[in-house]
Design a protein around this ligand. Structure first.
Ligand SMILES: Cc1ncc(COP(=O)(O)O)c(C=O)c1O
Length: 444
């Protein structure tokens, strides 16, 4: 196939430098296992699970077969006032994996929709229990919760916010970022020990400013993924849980990236021993093959909504999407979770995460412009000093260079991230890391 076999005039690519893309098209036509094939016949190793999605690797037969079978049986049914056996089964499988009494699953189609679903549910829940004045949300600097207005408002990546500020949710505050580039530039497979407590700011400034009784929910990622794999200090999420409990604030943990095995456990919350009030998921739940997201909710929230005074025929939560609990997506989820379980892929992610972390720290330390290296779970990041006056340019150039040499890595500004499928072998890690190292040297 050549670039003349498809026209590039009509697709506007998301989160992409479209003008440059047209000069240097990066177009896949097939994928299998750990690698893509490009239109011009090159192999590219998937170093980022496509976008943190493909935990089990590409083209998994049992997932494909489950999708085909579902299509032939029940292709689609509206999700409002009716449902499907497959959606109930998928919800059960997901709830079984979730910690504590996170037992109810509200399906949607993406991480962005999960963020808005969770924020809306927080408001509805407080209202149902007679505290409708709780309308303040607190997110964190450099947090990412998708691109819808709710998630964007509580998110904190400047580039994703700057053009849209006039329409943000009105009562939102942000906690400080959780990275210390001076004291903890290199983080190797652990939560760093800080000698100061970053949550003092929440307790002593942010909560008193709004009054805790007005705060509906605090939303955080366990690890700041999209910003560039930033790992919070030891004890951070546990302390946040305690603060939320103290003030009746809901804790929403966004596990769209960290859920379903990336951290070597079902969820990062398992690793941290924290049960949030809501847990957002997407991506790896279907191995990326069909969009599916959702919010797993604690019993107390569901029970409160069900027990609010209203006749039995009344809808309890006015929210949902046409494709919530789509049977084909749910069939994909069931088959995906089955592959993860049968092949022990979460344990494998843990094991290969150590290989990846060791490779990052032994290869990148001391290379030109490297100012930080962070590894935890099956993901690692190398942070580079930006080119003066052109932030993000070095990261972009290195990403392009790696792509042309057969490695898909993820740039987040001048941070380069590798987060491969859980089936990754040491040889793939060597190739990915060495290709990235060469590119870092080439763009010194
Ligand atoms: C933590 C987190 N939340 C939400 C999202 C948004 O998900 P989506 O792109 O599926 O809307 C992402 C995407 O990377 C994410 O990392």
């Amino acid at each position: 196939m050549s670039a003349n076999d498809f026209r590039m005039d009509n697709q506007w690519l998301p989160f992409t430098a479209n003008r440059h893309f047209r000069k240097d098209p990066r177009v896949f036509v097939a994928a299998d296992g750990m690698a893509f094939t490009t239109y011009d016949g090159k192999k590219v190793i998937d170093g980022v699970s496509s976008l943190w999605c493909v935990g089990a690797g590409h083209n998994r037969r049992s997932i494909n077969e489950a999708i085909k079978k579902q299509l032939d049986t029940l292709d689609y049914a509206t999700a409002f006032q009716v449902s499907s056996d497959t959606a109930f089964r998928a919800a059960e499988a997901i709830a079984t994996l979730a910690p504590g009494d996170l037992n109810k699953v509200l399906f949607c189609n993406s991480g962005s929709e999960a963020a808005d679903t969770a924020l809306k549910l927080a408001l509805a829940y407080h209202r149902a229990r007679g505290e409708g004045h709780r309308t303040v949300f607190i997110g964190r600097e450099k947090g990412y919760h998708g691109v819808n207005f709710g998630g964007m408002s509580v998110g904190g990546i400047p580039g994703n916010r700057k053009a849209f500020g006039a329409t943000f949710l009105p009562r939102v505050d942000h906690m400080r970022f959780i990275h210390d580039p001076v004291k903890h530039p290199y983080i190797h497979g652990e939560f760093p020990l800080w000698d100061e407590d970053p949550l003092i700011e929440l307790e002593q400034r942010i909560l008193p400013l709004h009054d805790p009784s007005n705060v509906a929910a605090i939303i955080v990622e366990p690890i700041a993924g999209s910003a560039g794999w930033y790992i919070p200090p030891k004890g951070y999420l546990q302390k946040l849980r305690a603060i939320c409990d103290q003030h009746g604030i809901l804790l929403i943990v966004d596990e769209v990236i960290t859920g379903f095995g990336r951290m070597g456990a079902n969820f990062a919350c398992d690793l941290l021993g924290v049960v949030p009030d809501m847990l957002n998921f997407a991506k790896c739940v279907t191995n990326g093959v069909i969009p599916l997201g959702g919010v797993i909710v604690r019993d107390k929230i569901y029970d409160t909504m069900m027990n609010a005074p209203a006749p039995e025929h009344a809808v309890e939560f006015f929210h949902g999407y046409t494709y919530s609990g789509h049977p084909v997506a749910c069939a994909a989820a069931l088959a995906t979770l089955d592959v993860y379980q049968r092949e022990g892929l979460f344990a494998r992610a843990d094991q290969m995460g150590k290989v990846l972390g060791d490779a990052f720290h032994s290869t990148f330390k001391g290379l030109p412009n490297v100012i930080g290296i962070r590894s935890l779970g099956l993901a690692a990041a190398v942070e580079l000093a930006p080119i003066a006056g052109a932030p993000g340019k070095r990261g972009y150039d290195i990403f392009l260079d790696c792509f042309h040499k057969g490695a898909l890595v993820r740039p987040a500004g001048d941070v380069l991230v590798i987060a491969p499928p859980y089936i990754v072998e040491s040889s793939h890690i060597d190739t990915l890391v060495n290709t990235l190292a060469d590119a870092i040297r080439a763009h010194a």
